[in-house]
Design a protein around this ligand. Structure first.
Ligand SMILES: *Cc1c(COP(=O)(O)O)cnc(C)c1O
Length: 375
């Protein structure tokens, strides 16, 4: 059994992938070939934004977004501590200060009710200027953007959506990646839309921001390519990755539908099993892209027992994320203590993820849940 089965997917579109790769080998434009613009156009239409910009990774998508917003030393960026390291890393890498805001214990996403108090506290302290809120659509479920965007607008903050895990997710009829000022996704192979290497994309409606992003992606290039007008990065998406992604994009709608089925079956099986587990809940009006299917045990000790049972039965599992960002060594300089963000810490102690992919068979899911129930 696979945690994420990329082979089953490849079998369905192997010929298409080979054809697309062959086309790149034939035209030879490995850097910024025509597949880049084609992927950008197709994904902007899918997500529902005016612009999309291919880049080298999800991490670079976040870096480019913050660079476009001119974030640096003295700026405060508000984000969730319950996320992959990159979310907080990029803020600090640019010299800005991550201000963590605890999660809602049901959705595991930044709790909008805690955002305004966090912004006010920073303003009262007076040493940092609140500039950006960077919510994460964790495990593929969008954060509550109506509430977050309202608070952000009241305080003049931009919203950078970390939708690295959420391509295909929805919030009240709008697609993930289109829910903030800028939306960032990742094409890391295990994400809902993954390539065969690293890649990412930034989405926005604002033409000025899009022009800035295009310059920042190529070392701050100006109108004249030999005149660099600002500092940027080498953040391009490879043509070969775009070619692979164009083939995979055709499967995305079917795969998302299959992920909903797999998630629905897990929820029913877990409810029937009597196992002391909390299945993930998707609020009304939301669609998760189900990058992960993450369940909660009642305690850390109970989680250890569940993980032991799965391992004993040869079933792969994973823990995302055992250590919230405020307790990571790299952020020790921020001076946080255990207890500062209790919901993130409790999730880190109790959560674990089950195999999840569009091709997961019902029999496998029955076996997984039977093992969890101790049968
Ligand atoms: C994967 C991920 C990233 C980084 O994406 P890469 O393509 O690996 O650089 C950022 N944020 C979140 C929430 C992620 O899951």
């Amino acid at each position: 059994m696979q945690f994420i089965d990329l082979k089953a997917q490849q079998q369905l579109i192997r010929q298409k992938i080979e054809d697309n790769i062959k086309r790149v080998l034939d035209h030879g434009r490995y850097i910024m070939g025509p597949e880049i613009a084609e992927l950008e156009t197709r994904l902007a239409a899918y997500v529902g934004t005016n612009n999309a910009l291919g880049c080298a990774s999800g991490t670079d998508a976040l870096v480019l977004s913050l660079l476009a917003l001119e974030i640096g030393p003295g700026d405060a960026v508000f984000t969730s501590p319950f996320t992959f390291f990159a979310t907080g890393e990029v803020i600090a890498l640019l010299g800005a200060t991550p201000i963590f805001v605890d999660i809602d214990p049901v959705t595991f996403n930044l709790d909008p009710a805690l955002l305004a108090p966090a912004i006010r506290a920073v303003k009262e302290r007076g040493d940092l200027e609140p500039k950006v809120v960077m919510p994460v659509d964790i495990f593929g479920l969008p954060a509550d953007y109506a509430a977050i965007n309202k608070v952000a607008a009241e305080h003049g903050l931009a919203v950078v959506e970390d939708a690295a895990q959420a391509m295909g997710g929805e919030y009240h009829g709008k697609k993930a990646c289109s829910l903030g000022t800028l939306g960032c996704t990742s094409f890391f192979p295990a994400k809902p839309l993954g390539g065969y290497g690293d890649g990412g994309m930034v989405f926005c409606d604002d033409e000025g921001l899009d022009r800035l992003l295009r310059s920042l992606r190529v070392h701050g290039q100006g109108e004249d390519k030999y005149d660099n007008v600002r500092l940027g990065i080498n953040g391009r998406l490879d043509t070969l990755q775009a070619a692979v992604l164009l083939a995979k994009l055709e499967l995305l709608p079917d795969e998302l539908a299959q992920r909903q089925q797999v998630a629905g079956r897990y929820a029913a099986l877990i409810a029937d099993s009597g196992a002391a587990l909390t299945a993930p809940r998707v609020p009304d009006g939301y669609v998760s892209a189900w990058a992960q299917y993450s369940v909660l045990a009642e305690s850390e000790a109970a989680r250890s027992e569940f993980l032991g049972r799965l391992q004993g039965a040869g079933i792969p599992s994973a823990v995302y994320y055992p250590r919230p960002l405020h307790l990571q060594t790299a952020f020790a300089y921020l001076g946080h203590q255990p207890g500062d963000f209790p919901h993130s810490e409790a999730a880190g102690q109790r959560i674990f993820s089950l195999p999840m992919h569009p091709y997961l068979a019902l029999e496998d899911q029955e076996k997984i849940v039977a093992v969890l129930a101790g049968a």
